[in-house]
Write a protein that binds this ligand. Sequence first.
Ligand code: C5P
Length: 235
Amino acid sequence: MDNKRIIVPLDVPDAEAALALAARLDSKLCRVKVGKELFVAAGPAVVARLQERGFEVFLDLKFHDIPNTVAGACRAAARLGVWMMNVHASGGEAMLRAAREAIETVARPPLLIAVTILTSLADEDLAQVGFAGSLMDNVERLARLARASGMDGVVCSAREAPLIRKAAGEDFILVTPGIRLKTDDNDDQARTVTPVEAVRLGAHYLVIGRSITKAADPAATLAAIRASIEEGAAA
Ligand code: C5P
């Protein structure tokens, strides 16, 4: 299994803060995620600086637009040499296929992941925006669509992982945020699981933010989480 299953989001406002946080982590033991706030503020240059420091980058920009526009954005992202990137599955089959085709134009394309339903949405929110069926029905349908349209995997809650593995197959990559340690506050994440639980439920990669970034010693916390996952796997 991949030795760098933990992805640490650099949820900070500028390049300086991102590089300072990255300096407290070991690029051999984790990957980092650059999201909308940091990318809008600091652009491709911050991605390049993280890569120079040995980090593989998940570019979390969740593209959702007409196929031609998404294809252009995906091609540009792939050229940055990122390790993983993502789009919204609800952009539809043509958009997903255009994204896949666009990234295949680089020698080493990134992993291409889809967002099914944002974890901030509940059943009533889905009804309000016109999605029929329950949250889980929609997650399952969009995961199947993502797989059939050439995506490598989806972002999902660990609680959705068993259902998606069944629907889309064991090798479909599952990236799960919403992770908390037993000792943490939950912050604004409503339904959380521990790293060991997430792996047991079938997650391949874990996005773990504040549990690591707000710790007094992020590297030590990362090491402890890695050890707990290994012990969990051996148990
Ligand atoms: O600090 P925390 O562990 O909650 O950070 C989680 C990270 O995962 C953040 O970067 C957040 O934007 C992202 N994320 C999430 N839920 C999703 C998708 C992404 O929390 N459904």
